[in-house]
Write a protein that binds this ligand. Structure first.
Ligand SMILES: [Zn+2]
Length: 87
């Protein structure tokens, strides 16, 4: 019998906050939104080996409402329109 433990698990998220406030169509607040990057890794015995997927999230910090964001837009925003949050 062949037994091994492998899986895909998310790594530590990196977060940025937009410099300019954005209006949220869901909770109607205007706040500085969160940009979050989460890398998912293929793990083997809980050791991350290979990055398999990266999620790019853009959401309201108050209600969590998300707007779709592609990689290019995300990279542009974190470069010019946001600051890294220490966490
Ligand atoms: Zn909201």
């Amino acid at each position: 019998m062949f037994l091994f433990i492998a899986g895909i698990s998310p790594g530590k998220p990196q977060r940025w906050r937009t410099l300019k406030p954005e209006y949220c169509p869901h909770c109607h607040n205007t706040e500085r939104w969160i940009l979050e990057k989460v890398k998912h890794n293929l793990t083997f015995f809980f050791i991350p080996l290979i990055p398999v997927r990266t999620d790019y999230l853009y959401y309201c910090p108050i209600c969590g409402y998300q707007k779709p964001v592609d990689k290019e837009t995300f990279e542009y925003k974190i470069k010019f329109e946001a600051e890294l949050i220490d966490n």
